[in-house]
Design a protein around this ligand. Structure first.
Ligand SMILES: C[S@@+](CC[C@H](N)C(=O)[O-])C[C@H]1O[C@@H](n2cnc3c(N)ncnc32)[C@H](O)[C@@H]1O
Length: 156
């Protein structure tokens, strides 16, 4: 399965992908770091690019992942990214984002210091995702101090 990692940062999830992987991020330093980090794994590729204008052919990836980026963007940017993914991806698009519905004080602190300006209730996350994609499954899991929702989506 080929995987496109949109807004990949330093490529944290590349090692979890057994097959071909392309990480795309706007930050050149992150991409340089990721290339060095995975220089021994030729099937892990990284490019500098703007997720709102990805020059990738239609249906060119099996899967895309978009992890912890939704809450860094306003609605229109997220929609622009999802609109493109609907064309680029053949199968499933996995979107993961933080849930603000937490009571645990340590989790609340982690959210308070998060650098994302758009932490949204799950209902708003769903509305944004569903404006461009079809959610086929949704689940919640804990990752460190974050409670995360994963949306498994397909093109509409
Ligand atoms: C919070 S980080 C998430 C990184 C990664 N997905 C992870 O979970 O480790 C958000 C990333 O989005 C990237 N980014 C911001 N605007 C972007 C854009 N227009 N196109 C591509 N990447 C962008 C930033 O450089 C940053 O690496």
């Amino acid at each position: 399965m080929s995987v496109l990692d949109v807004c990949c940062g330093t490529g944290t999830y590349a090692a979890a992908v057994p097959g071909p992987y392309l990480g795309l991020d706007l930050n050149e330093r992150f991409v340089r770091f990721a290339r060095r980090r995975y220089s021994n794994l030729p099937r892990k590729q990284f490019v500098v690019g703007d997720a709102t204008a990805m020059p990738l052919p239609r249906q060119s990836f099996d899967t895309a992942i978009f992890i912890d980026a939704l809450h860094h963007f306003p609605v229109e940017i997220n929609r622009a990214i999802f609109h493109q993914l609907a064309a680029i991806v053949r199968a499933e698009i996995l979107i993961v984002d933080v849930s603000p519905h937490v009571r645990n004080p340590a989790k609340r602190l982690a959210l308070a210091i998060d650098r994302g300006d758009f932490i949204r209730p799950v209902a708003q996350q769903v509305a944004i995702v569903e404006s461009e994609l079809r959610i086929v499954r949704r689940s919640v899991f804990d990752q460190g101090l974050y409670t995360q929702t994963v949306y498994v989506c397909r093109a509409p």
